[in-house]
Write a protein that binds this ligand. Sequence first.
Ligand code: R1P
Ligand code: GUN
Length: 189
Amino acid sequence: MRVFKLMGVQTMIMTNAAGGLNPDYRVGDVMILKDHINLPGLGGTNPLMGPNEDRFGLRFPCTSDAYDRDLRALALSVGAELGFGDLLREGVYCVQGGPNFESIAECRMLRIMGADAIGMSTVHEVLVARHCGMRCFALSLVSNMAIMDYDSVERANHDEVLETGRLRAKQLESLVSELVDRMETHNTC
Ligand SMILES: O=P(O)(O)O[C@H]1O[C@H](CO)[C@@H](O)[C@H]1O
Ligand SMILES: Nc1nc2[nH]cnc2c(=O)[nH]1
């Protein structure tokens, strides 16, 4: 992120695959991140640990405005214009350390905590990008539903994640490229 910053990048667009925790979500939905829960961060592991690099940003950065409101609104309208507004959601992404998928008890706890989707990436990048003043937009492809039921015979697996990615690749490509075409290039930070 800091190399991008030094190269003059002002806006970061990030994508990930995530497990759906919100029972209203379906495999193949696309969740625009409006906020996150940084589980490793709450536990004391954070990419901004260590001496602060003052030339990049503040020691104690704000995260309540991490995901740019204007870009979120623009993505929702672009998706609707492209004909797949019904797939789009806005929600809270939770990052855990991985690489294992979550246990049933963990999924249930995360849902109670307010997470709509769970993954293993993106938040670290967002924290460093925001620290140095870059505008951030991120979306999650709901590649599988988290297992919440002890009677379920479903098992989270990476093949399903890859398969859903293939299924939605074209639509996500058109969403991101149209977003890039239309977004203001200036940094609002
Ligand atoms: O977050 P990305 O890299 O999109 O991928 C997510 O999906 C993979 C697991 O299937 C993990 O890598 C997890 O982080
Ligand atoms: N942690 C986590 N990461 C994912 N990436 C894609 N699906 C999942 C999931 O169910 N859990």
